[in-house]
Write a protein that binds this ligand. Structure first.
Ligand code: NAD
Length: 420
């Protein structure tokens, strides 16, 4: 670990508090909070894995469907050794708000397996994925709940999930997961969609603050599916990406890192550490970098009461889900640092997942240019709507985004009515 994480409260506490605050601001009855705070459906499964050496290890996996009033559940599957039920519950709740905010016709869900994928072979990961998929198969499906990649999973994982589910059904079901390889009904532009969305919003924020992208500086925490693409697209827009980190360490270069060369280096070595020409720094120094824009794109809770005062960025765009604790959010808000919340900033992935699902259901494929144009259009509109809502009501961007989303979900509940 290159950064500290907070211990004081769980992400689920923060997610529930954000909901409570939104419910209060919207003037909704207290029982609305009770209904929306509780996941609608949860499944905890045991995953016996036969290791390559013949021994058997039993892992734990989860799928939580927080809310499906507006449509099928939607959310990633995480393979990480920090996965637990409360984390999955919080992430599922944020997915509900994210889908509502971007107005994609889904509810929120999330899944995960408690496993450090770096310690297992490809064959073992395939066996884990297939067993996990068959265990959660009763509650997933194109009209029920549609998983996607998240930390520690990728398009290959989605191909295994889709294949396992399809074998169980006796026919190919492309729409059961998104984030699939292009050869298997994946969408053009899906792999880079979250990063592209992060950058589309970042450019809007910089413009809003009167900062020109050319020559502006950025730091990115995490160099995985989200962070790596975000760093690349920011550099392509003329920003100097001066510091990046991954789980193994962090590097900096005052003139801006050469992103194409860094990506080639990471493909070869598996880490940013030791990139020729860069200086080694600590993970905390990335978060405290003197930059215009900070993009935390790794894990939850990395900016907390203990290090929020050290942050020097003018803007934080949350590439990760929940990278700021509630305390950090308050401290940074008081200091005038503009924070673009996860449910807006990293929604590009679910937007293009929605496009992928639409294409799969229609068997009609769009070009990458079409996908990217529609994505940027949705992201910039959502940013502008949130900005107007926040400005008119004197709310933080996070609270504004949460209020807008909660109101949409509640409207769906209201018109559907309570059964029985
Ligand atoms: P990933 O597994 O591809 O990459 C995670 C990266 O973070 C890796 O580079 C890892 O080394 C690094 N990392 C982990 N712990 C770290 C630490 N303490 N300090 C620095 N770096 C650390 O995962 P991802 O898909 O890029 O997801 C990253 C975040 O973005 C997660 O919060 C995820 O929920 C969120 N997210 C992902 C998507 C998506 O489409 N993949 C969509 C929306 C949100």
């Amino acid at each position: 670990m290159t950064t500290t994480t907070r211990t004081e409260r769980t992400v689920l506490d923060d997610a529930r508090d954000q909901l409570a605050e939104a419910v209060k601001i919207l003037g909704l009855p207290a029982d609305v909070h009770a209904m929306l705070a509780e996941p609608r459906r949860e499944l905890s499964v045991s995953i016996p894995l036969r290791r390559d050496d013949g021994s058997i290890e039993v892992l734990r996996g989860y799928r939580v469907q927080h809310n499906y009033s507006r449509g099928p559940g939607k959310g990633g599957v995480r393979f990480d050794d920090a996965v637990d039920l409360d984390e999955v519950r919080a992430l599922a709740m944020w997915m509900t708000w994210k889908c509502a905010l971007l107005d994609v016709p889904y509810g929120g869900a999330k899944g995960g397996v408690r496993i450090d994928p770096r310690r297992y072979s490809i064959a073992e990961l395939e066996r884990v994925t297939r067993r996990y998929t068959s265990e959660i198969a009763p509650i997933i499906g194109p009209e029920i709940d549609i998983p996607a990649p998240d930390i520690g999973t990728d398009e290959r994982t989605m191909a295994w999930m889709m294949d396992t589910y399809s074998v169980g059904r006796g026919h190919t079901v492309l729409g059961v997961v998104t984030g699939k390889p292009i050869a298997l009904g994946g969408s053009q532009g899906r792999a880079a969609a979250t990063s592209r969305g992060v950058v589309a919003v970042s450019l809007e924020v910089l413009h809003h603050l009167g900062i020109r992208p050319e020559g502006a500086t950025a730091a990115v925490q995490g160099f995985g599916k989200v962070g790596r693409g975000a760093a690349r697209f920011l550099a392509e827009e003329g920003l100097r990406v001066v510091a990046v980190s991954d789980v193994d360490g962090a590097i900096s270069h005052p003139d801006g890192l050469d992103l194409p060369a860094l990506e080639a280096y990471v493909d070869e070595t598996g880490s940013v550490v030791g990139f020729p020409g860069s200086s080694p720094i600590s993970g905390e120094e990335v978060l405290a970098a003197e930059v215009d824009l900070l993009v935390p794109a790794a894990v939850e809770g990395v900016i907390h009461a203990g290090n929020a005062e050290a942050v020097r960025a003018r803007v934080i765009v949350e590439g990760a889900n929940g990278p700021l604790s509630a305390d950090a959010d308050r401290i940074l808000g008081e200091r005038g640092v503009l924070v673009v919340p996860d449910i807006l900033a990293n929604a590009g992935g679910v937007v293009v997942s929605y496009f992928e699902w639409v294409q799969a259901n229609q068997s009609y494929w769009w070009t990458e240019a079409e996908v990217n144009e529609k994505l940027v259009d949705r992201m910039t509109h959502a940013w502008r709507d949130v900005l107007v809502y926040a400005t008119e009501r004197h709310l933080s961007l996070r609270l504004a985004a949460t209020c807008m989303a909660v109101e949409r979900v509640w409207r769906a509940h209201e018109v559907r009515g309570l059964y029985p």
